[in-house]
Design a protein around this ligand. Structure first.
Ligand code: SAM
Ligand code: SF4
Ligand code: SF4
Length: 386
């Protein structure tokens, strides 16, 4: 199909903003229903990142029937967005059918993966099933004993997304092992036009760090540089609020916020248990959870200080301060417009920086938190109202 260059430019600008989906998400800012759920479709994983406590290969996959039952229940609670996480979601034999089912029920659907099992064919199947957002986790340029998630494996796969409708973003973990390469990870993603984020490693449920976090001052300088780049309008895939939050964590500063985990966002384990977040678990089964149970979690939590569940912090800040969080994001995105004009005048420059992978719809990113769940600057088009 032929597109006039001016139409293409207008289309791009529209995409930068249309997905805020304020009306849809806005409903969840004022009612008592949940915005998002992260569902562990399996505990099993094909990797063994040293910082991670979210996989367990002694567990079998949950059955498709059980998962569908839980997904229906999550939807009945009014949840709008579902993030399929794990373990490694792509090791579940029914992952494509699960995505299709989530979409049939009207969920905005994302999937977080280490990408190792991703093939062109599987991506096409996931797209056909209706997957809107994929987060691929990339920590380094080359593998290390701490994490094998590197661009060495993922770079060759980026080409699969060239004509895909699935919106890709990249997320990396920063710790002492990855820090020397974190800048390169960020540059590699951004230079290909992929929304990219690298974020500080968090502690385990017992508040212990599994790996060395890295030198504080260097980490702080790196976060500062990301804040600056975010303000300039670069596609750093997180809100300025979360970058500021991470800087406060490093400085040991107190941050005033109310954790909405267990209420506006919650997790469901691969055994169907209702979890407040990835770090705080309950024994209650999701099938027994009511809206009143969720609302009871609308309170400050004793574990808030130092919390590294960024998706929860992000959703909480959005619900608490929507104008401040979204306002900054809109300003940052507005700054991208002049460079779009420049690129539309010099199409070859556009090719050089952006066509290695074109994020097919910048408006459909489900911004990853720790578990790839949608977060503060999220923009997903929903098919059906809840
Ligand atoms: C638990 S993994 C599950 C999905 C998939 N296996 C993957 O690695 O993308 C979800 C995300 O949590 C991140 N993660 C795991 N442990 C972490 C930690 N201690 N600190 C920060 N991020 C962590 C992973 O890097 C990944 O981006
Ligand atoms: S972070 Fe993801 S890939 Fe790494 S061990 Fe955990 S679940 Fe597996
Ligand atoms: S403060 Fe953090 S760790 Fe505690 S419940 Fe909220 S998200 Fe989970």
């Amino acid at each position: 199909m032929f597109f006039h260059p001016r139409m293409k430019l207008l289309d791009k600008i529209g995409r930068e903003f249309s997905g805020y989906n304020i009306l849809e998400s806005g409903k969840r800012l004022v009612d008592r229903k949940p915005l998002q759920c992260s569902l562990y479709v399996t505990d099993r994983c094909n990797l063994d990142c040293a910082y991670c406590t979210e996989y367990d290969n002694s567990q079998p996959h949950p059955s498709l029937d059980d998962l569908k039952k839980w997904i229906r229940k999550i939807r009945e609670l009014g949840t709008m967005r579902i993030a399929l996480v794990g373990g490694e979601p792509l090791v579940h034999p029914n992952i494509v059918e699960l995505v299709r089912y989530c979409r049939e029920l009207g969920f905005a659907t994302s999937l977080t993966t280490n990408g190792f099992l991703l093939t062109r064919k599987l991506l096409a199947e996931l797209e056909d099933a209706g997957l809107q957002v994929m987060q691929i986790s990339v920590d380094r340029m080359t593998p290390s004993p701490i994490t094998k998630k590197s661009f060495k494996t993922i770079l060759p796969k980026l080409d699969y997304f060239r004509d895909s409708k699935i919106s890709l973003h990249i997320t990396g973990v920063i710790c002492a092992d990855t820090l020397p390469e974190s800048r390169a990870v960020l540059e590699t993603g951004l230079s290909r036009g992929i929304p990219t984020e690298v974020r500080l490693v968090h502690a385990d449920p017992l508040r212990r760090f599994r790996v060395d976090r890295g030198p504080r001052e260097e980490l702080e300088r790196f976060i500062d540089s990301m804040i600056e780049r975010k303000r300039r309008g670069e596609k750093i895939h997180t809100s300025e609020a979360i970058l500021n939050y991470q800087r406060s964590l490093l400085r040991g500063e107190r941050v005033e916020w109310t954790c909405m985990a267990g209420y506006k966002l919650f997790f469901v384990s691969a055994q169907g248990k209702f979890w407040i977040c990835s770090m705080v678990h309950t024994d209650k089964h999701i099938m027994d959870v009511t809206l009143d149970d969720l609302y009871a979690n609308y309170r400050k939590k004793s574990c808030q200080e130092g919390c590294g569940v960024y998706c929860a912090v992000s959703a909480s800040l959005l619900v608490e301060k929507p104008i401040a969080v979204l306002g900054k994001e809109i300003v940052a995105r507005t700054k991208r417009i002049p460079s779009m004009f420049r690129r539309s005048l010099t199409p070859d420059a556009d090719k050089a920086t952006h066509s290695a992978i074109t994020n097919p719809d910048g408006t459909q990113e489900m911004n990853g938190g720790t578990n790839g769940g949608p977060s503060a600057d999220d923009r997903v088009t929903l098919r059906k109202s809840v």
